[in-house]
Design a protein around this ligand. Structure first.
Ligand code: FBP
Length: 548
């Protein structure tokens, strides 16, 4: 494989570990935990893994005697920068516990476990992937591990390879699966531990004990670099409005962080739209007003950031999507038989009158995208909905109307962008390289200490890495009951943007000025070598959340 100059230089980077993981490690058990909501129900569903204590690692004087152990690892869901470092941290961690320990990687996501597709991850392989982006070391997939026969098929191969513990690196849905699997193996007394690791660029897997998911840092810095470049182009040519949709699934963390880093003229935050019960027309009017006000000052250009999940947060749309989800889950076969040209009419005829009217009013493309296949977890594939085009088209129509009424004088020409895949496999920033390596190392320590149903946790992330706190959090602690595929299911609660949180408040305090004036900031590309204030800054979201 030909390597770039950066790859070669980066291979030599030694990720930093928290002090507690640097020498011999001992476990400090904290208080018993309970789930964030629906305690009785979660306790009933997870009798073996509910209520376990928080774990914190501390330095020990002596090494605990631990035999060699075989461990399996799975990358699950969308790519996020740093996955390879979780695996290299896990590898180094299990080897330090015992040099004869082995690490097996299941191929192409959870499906690899069920189909018995795996490789042994040796030192040579690991060394090729240290500090690199991507998940290509073993590949990833979105197969949902939820059925007993999958658990049993998985157990067959785990038993055959003598695997003591399985590490699932994934987002909220995949860690929900990890929790269900941990409970199942515990109930069956199979002696296989299951540990989760918090991955997702979306930043929506976080809570008091998980300060951020890995990959968010690198992804937002990558998007902010290109948004800054667009802003500078925009401020040079002064003739376009750029509508930029950003990944993030439901939550607007990515859009909000990019806004804090680049100070665009508009950033829509889905969670605010929902809280204020805004309609699509309210959002369009807001953007059009910013365009008109800037035009009045002679500025026919600007940038608008749009979170990809927006459509699901407009309350009327949300009700429509909820009914569509339930209807399509229950009638998938019948719907598949309907001729493509008839599908829109078919759906309209099956929905309640309120939802049918909204569905009928949507542009053809958006309506079709809403009825497309859900992902294996039952989510609408929001990344396929072209909200940036929908909004700019509607803003254009509104401005044309205002022009006729004499309320707007100006020119409106739009450019569209969607940033998502561009950032998911970027070479991890120093923050993600260190954080991920530490998460993998902590996972090894959880395994060596016999834990199951835990998520690896590294906290105090705005401090230098050596002061980070390493430990584990029972996954049941993060769970609540939610409707999925038309049924109530135990799932990890998604962390959406909090409107009373410091990042949103900082944004809200400045957005009026950003709308009127041109306050763009240009973060530039991620730097891997150089002064620490350039290379090692955590995200603004983390910094603001940690400011007391
Ligand atoms: P995860 O939750 O699996 O980390 O997904 C992240 C994400 O990039 C979302 O932001 C996006 O909506 C989705 O994956 C896209 O999915 P796919 O990779 O299947 O196109």
């Amino acid at each position: 494989m030909t390597k770039s100059a950066l790859q070669i230089a980066r291979a030599a980077y030694q990720p930093k570990l928290p002090k507690a993981l640097r020498g011999h490690v001992k476990v400090q058990e904290g208080a018993a935990t309970q789930s964030v909501a629906d305690q009785e129900e979660i306790k009933r569903l997870f009798p073996n893994t509910y209520g376990m204590p928080l774990i914190k690692f501390e330095n020990a004087d002596q090494a605990a005697q631990c035999p060699a152990m075989n461990v399996g690892v799975i990358l699950s869901g969308g790519q996020a920068p740093g996955g390879h470092n979780v695996i290299s941290g896990l590898f180094d961690g299990v080897k330090r516990i015992h040099p004869e320990s082995k690490l097996y990687g299941f191929l192409m996501g959870p499906g690899g476990l069920v189909d018995h597709k795996y490789i042994e991850l040796t030192a040579d392989i690991i060394d090729e992937y240290r500090n690199t982006g991507g998940f290509d070391i073993i590949g990833s997939g979105r197969t949902k591990l939820e059925k007993e026969d999958q658990f049993e098929k998985g157990y067959e191969i785990l038993k055959e390879l003598g695997i003591k513990a399985l590490v699932i690196i994934g987002g909220d849905d995949s860690n929900t699966n990890a929790c269900v699997l941990a409970e199942y193996y515990a109930a069956k007394q199979y002696g296989v531990q299951v540990i989760g690791c918090p991955k997702t660029i979306d930043g929506d897997l976080k809570n008091e004990m998980i300060e951020t998911s890995f990959g968010f840092d690198t992804a937002v810095k990558t998007y902010s670099e290109v948004i800054g470049n667009i802003e500078r182009d925009c401020n040079s040519a002064r003739k376009y409005w750029h509508f930029i949709k950003l990944m993030g699934r439901s939550a607007s963390h990515i859009a909000l962080e990019c806004a804090l880093q680049t100070q665009p003229n508009v950033c829509i935050v889905s969670e605010e739209v929902e809280a204020k019960d805004q309609s699509l027309d309210d959002i369009v009017t807001y953007i059009a007003q910013v365009v008109a006000d800037r035009a009045a000052a002679g500025n026919n250009f600007g940038t608008v950031l749009i979170p990809e999940g927006l459509i699901e947060f407009i309350p009327a749309m949300k009700r429509l999507i909820a009914e569509l989800n339930d209807f399509l889950a229950a009638n998938a076969e019948e719907f598949a038989q309907v001729d493509k040209a008839e599908q829109r009419q078919y759906i309209i005829s099956k929905l309640t009158p309120e939802n049918a009217a909204i569905y009928a009013s949507l542009p053809e493309g958006v309506a079709r995208q809403l009825s497309l296949d859900r992902d294996p977890h039952g989510n609408v594939q929001v990344s396929l909905i072209e909200t940036e085009k929908l909004l700019s088209e509607m803003v254009g129509n509104k401005l044309a109307q205002w022009k006729k009424e004499g309320k707007y004088v100006g020119k409106f020409a739009a450019q569209h962008h969607f940033f998502g895949y561009e950032g998911r496999c970027a070479a991890p920033s120093n923050f993600d390289a260190d954080y991920c390596y530490s998460l993998g190392f902590a996972a090894a320590a959880l395994i060596a200490n016999g834990k199951t149903g835990y998520m690896s946790s590294i906290r105090n992330l705005t401090a230098p890495a050596e002061e980070w706190i390493a430990g584990g959090v029972p996954i049941t602690m993060m769970m609540n009951m939610e409707r999925r595929h038309g049924e109530m299911k135990p799932v990890i609660q998604k962390a959406l943007v909090r409107l009373d949180g410091a990042p949103f408040l900082a944004f809200a305090a400045q957005r009026g000025q950003w709308a009127k004036e041109t306050c763009y900031t240009y973060p530039g590309p991620i730097q891997y070598f150089g002064p620490t204030e350039v290379c090692d800054q955590p995200t603004k979201t983390l910094q603001l959340e940690h400011q007391k």
